[in-house]
Design a protein around this ligand. Structure first.
Ligand code: 3PG
Ligand code: MG
Length: 392
């Protein structure tokens, strides 16, 4: 059993809120705030009732060292504006100075400095977990995006609390993602894109028995096309995954799942310039960089026939126009059929593609998880969720 934030008695207490504020930052400016914005409801809810909240996150991969570009300073600034309240950035996440700030009567919202400045975080070190836990009496995990990491602030420290719960974002992620595995609305369609087949094998295997159709685009599509003997020119192909792609296609056929691969393409030259449309086969000197217009409208029609769509991975090189067109068409199709089609978007690039199309408001759920969502959909138990289970 996992408790919900609303079930906790927070009055007069200090609450530790683990969030995933691992956002892209370019020269001190936060490029994408979706993850921070998504955790605000939990922070508001805790603030309404608690005496004090201690917010903690990792940022980037500083490998156990203090690396100034991975400071949570820019996040503090953003948070203070979003909450319209002072937010204090502690100089570290453990130690005497941090304890002093956490125990004083002045700073009500304390943001700890990057947890990964200590190597003990990723090692799930018990002493470090205990030091973090000693800062508060209640533990809330809202870091869905990091729930697949068995780190101190996600796994280890939860064991020190009898009062712990899932935050509103973590709960919402589970509310949208769990039915995909247990009881998806039918017809259920999955769109997979992105560069590599490797990253998606586990998800494909786990979802195939639940799917009505699988639509494949992006770089990974070319490995599947090669597995069918189709010429793909200079397109990205994982040579060591061609046999596996063929096996997956066979598995799908045995299960009666329709798999739709691109039947036309937008190609570029080796410098990814001079876009042209190609039919089924891609000429030898050209790279496939997006699904073609026929494929895009075919995929859009499929979206219109579905009741639930999971989409992970852009279907083209969406950050370089015009190779964003296919992903835009799919995003618009999802929006056109909202709310009749429940749409779940997973992965930072896919969320960015949907945002670029300007249709976020007509998408059911933009997941804050990349790796975490994939592992969840692979059917793995996530350490961050397991750690919230109440044993008594
Ligand atoms: C993510 O962005 O994938 C999560 O925040 C976890 O970060 P990590 O992949 O560096 O562990
Ligand atoms: Mg990751």
């Amino acid at each position: 059993m996992i408790r919900k934030l609303d079930d906790l008695e927070l009055h007069g207490k200090t609450v530790f809120v683990r969030v995933d504020f691992n956002v892209p930052i370019d020269q001190g400016t936060i490029v994408e705030t979706h993850r921070i914005d998504s955790a605000l409801p939990t922070i508001y809810s805790a603030l309404k009732r608690a005496k004090k909240i201690v917010i903690a996150s990792h940022l980037g991969r500083p490998d156990g060292k203090v690396v100034s570009k991975y400071s949570l300073g820019p996040v503090r600034e953003y948070l203070a504006v979003a909450l319209n309240q002072p937010v204090t950035l502690a100089p570290d996440c453990v130690g005497a100075e941090v304890e002093r700030i956490v125990h004083n009567e002045i700073d009500r919202i304390v943001l700890l400095e990057n947890l990964r400045f200590h190597k003990e975080e990723e090692r799930n070190d018990p002493t470090f977990s205990h030091a973090l836990a000693s800062l508060a009496t209640v533990y809330v995990n809202d870091a869905f995006g990091a729930a697949h990491r068995a780190h101190a602030s996600i796994a280890g420290m939860a064991g020190f609390f009898s009062e712990k719960a899932a935050g509103l974002l973590l709960q919402k992620e589970l509310d949208y993602l769990s039915p995909i595995l247990t009881n998806p609305k039918k017809p259920f369609l999955t769109i997979l894109g992105g560069a590599k087949v490797t990253d998606k094998i586990g998800v494909i295997r786990n979802l195939l028995p639940k799917l009505d159709a699988l639509l494949i685009g992006g770089g990974m599509a070319y490995t599947f096309l090669r597995a069918q003997g189709i010429e793909v020119g200079k397109s990205l192909v994982e040579l060591d995954k061609i046999d596996l792609a063929a096996d997956l296609l066979k598995e799908a056929a045995n299960l009666g799942v329709r798999v739709l691969l691109p039947t036309d393409h937008i190609t570029g030259d080796i410098e990814k310039k001079n876009p042209e449309t190609a039919g089924n086969a891609i000429p030898p000197e050209r790279m496939g960089l997006d699904i073609g217009p026929k494929t895009a409208s075919l995929f859009a029609d499929e979206i219109g026939k579905a009741k639930m769509v999971l989409w992970n991975g852009p279907v083209g090189l969406f950050e370089v126009p015009p190779y964003d067109r296919g992903s835009r068409v799919l995003a618009s199709a999802l929006a056109d059929h909202y709310p009749g089609v429940v749409s779940i978007i997973a992965g930072g690039d896919t969320v960015a593609a949907v945002s670029a199309a300007g249709v976020e408001a007509k998408i059911s759920h933009l997941s804050t998880g990349g790796g975490a969502t994939l592992e969840f959909l692979e059917g793995k138990e996530l350490p961050g969720i397991k750690a919230l289970e109440m044993t008594q």
